[in-house]
Design a protein around this ligand. Structure first.
Ligand SMILES: Nc1nc2c(ncn2[C@@H]2O[C@H](COP(=O)(O)OP(=O)(O)OP(=O)(O)O)[C@@H](O)[C@H]2O)c(=O)[nH]1
Ligand SMILES: [Mg+2]
Length: 438
């Protein structure tokens, strides 16, 4: 080995050790706080805190203790009020806490005051979710969308941060736009925001072109939507052999993937897997991901996947519908699909089915109910028709006759090579004409 090679090996080894040590120190100890207005809200508050603990864990910190605080309304300055704050500060010192995570949204002033009192990082649910998105974004568009959401969230919080922002950190709320970037003045940041918005607009345009091209093939589009961790990617893989990432983590999927779905009797559709939703999904993220989410708005059928083993599946359904409303998804047929029925008993299965009599029960992991689901998708799409442009050779008068029989001819034009026909054809018959798509 030459001296230079030896140097490289040594350097690489050094780098590896550095990475392992970084991982060791990266897991921060977190104290979690949720606020409820009355004792009636206790169950909802507890389940929300349990979800906050999963989010904290996904973000790379250990939820050490959780506190549900009852208060008529948040204190404008400290959120918790003096007494409760003093108590929790003492507890955080005793437990060696590195970060305090609030389940409720904090105002910029509250966050600053709390940070001073706890003498450590204080973040809210929105910042936590933004952080997870920052860690999980892989495509250029995904990263830009997260960066934009982070700027929109942080801009009002920049005031008075000064030196605090310049220290290096490895925890929640320090990823994403580099701290040095955040130290530059608001004008520079706003310039960056505008640049990202332009780039995203550009990306949205090519996405629109792609989806138009797909549409021209006449295949109906099925979008899998649902709460995060419901098993959307598992179902997507089960339906298409796509091999997308499945993890027992929140927001494992951020970028949407589209594949062909083979249905019974030779029919096909396009199916897409996409980002999951969560209750109180930060508005900044919904805005930034609008163009990704708009693909859902163009689907012909929504498979709304619900984790049947969750303690409150109906809350998941409501949260997902709230986000769908926010992005303007309206009037698309929706099929409720309960997943993970392999871990649910008969009584619960019956309860769930009675809540939504038209629902389908499946286990994406085990394969139960998938045939039934495919049949229901076919039925759901059967009622639709699509507009296609077909080029039919002059020798195939039989095909023109078939189009008249099954669908509706919108216009036709004679060219050198054959008849160019614009036709409206029921989705279930489209496969017969695929060879003639112009
Ligand atoms: N028991 C059981 N577990 C399942 C089933 N389907 C998925 N899971 C598990 O649920 C977890 C989440 O699955 P994913 O497919 O990543 O869920 P997702 O909805 O795509 O999640 P995000 O992309 O993070 O929003 C994984 O640990 C899966 O193994 C199922 O039918 N039964
Ligand atoms: Mg996924």
């Amino acid at each position: 080995m030459t001296e230079e090679q030896g140097f490289h090996v040594a350097r690489q080894r050094q780098r590896l050790t550095a990475t392992v040590t970084d991982l060791d120190v990266e897991r921060q100890r977190a104290l979690l706080v949720g606020l409820i207005r009355s004792s009636n809200d206790r169950r909802r508050g507890e389940s929300s805190l349990a979800e906050l603990a999963r989010l904290t864990d996904t973000a790379g910190s250990d939820p050490v203790t959780t506190h549900l605080v009852r208060r008529d309304r948040p204190d404008p300055a400290t959120f918790l009020g003096k007494g409760k704050l003093r108590e929790l500060v003492m507890e955080s010192k005793a437990d060696d806490i590195d970060v305090v995570v609030f389940d409720n949204e904090l105002s910029p002033a509250q966050q600053r005051n709390l940070q001073q009192a706890f003498e450590c990082d204080v973040v809210d649910r929105v910042a936590l979710i933004l952080d997870i998105f920052a860690q999980h974004a892989h495509t250029k568009e995904g990263m830009l969308q997260v960066e934009l959401a982070q700027y929109r969230y942080r801009l009002p919080r920049l005031r008075g941060k000064g030196t605090e922002m310049s220290r290096l950190g490895a925890g929640i709320n320090t990823r994403g736009p580099g701290e040095t970037k955040l130290e530059t003045d608001r004008r520079r940041i706003l310039e960056r925001v505008r640049k990202i918005e332009r780039e995203l607009k550009h990306a949205a345009k090519s996405r629109a072109t792609r989806s138009k091209q797909r549409r021209r093939t006449g295949q109906p589009v099925v979008a899998i939507v649902g709460y995060t961790n419901a098993g959307k990617s598992t179902l997507f893989n089960r339906l298409t052999d796509a091999g997308v990432l499945v993890e027992d983590q929140l927001f494992a999927t951020l970028d949407s993937t589209v594949r062909t779905l083979e249905l019974p009797h030779g029919h096909t559709a396009l199916v897409s897997d996409t980002v999951g939703f969560v209750r109180d999904l930060p508005h900044e993220l919904v805005e930034a991901f609008r163009s990704t989410l708009e693909e859902v708005a163009e689907a012909d059928l929504l498979l709304h996947l619900v984790d049947a083993s969750d303690e409150d599946p109906d809350l998941q359904i409501r949260s997902v519908r709230d986000v769908l409303d926010e992005i303007g998804v309206d009037g698309i047929p929706e099929l409720i699909v309960y997943n993970k029925i392999d871990v649910v008993d008969d009584v619960e299965r019956q309860r769930l089915q009675s809540l939504h009599p038209d629902s389908v029960l499946v286990s994406a992991a085990e394969g139960d109910g998938i045939d039934d689901l495919l049949a229901r998708i076919t039925k759901g799409l059967g009622a639709l028709s699509v507009d296609l442009t077909l080029e039919i050779p002059y020798a195939r008068g039989d095909v023109i006759a078939e189009i008249h029989e099954l669908g509706e001819v919108l216009s036709q034009e004679h060219t050198d090579t054959g008849t160019l026909v614009k036709a409206r054809i029921p989705s279930e018959d489209v496969h017969q004409f695929r060879a003639f798509v112009a």
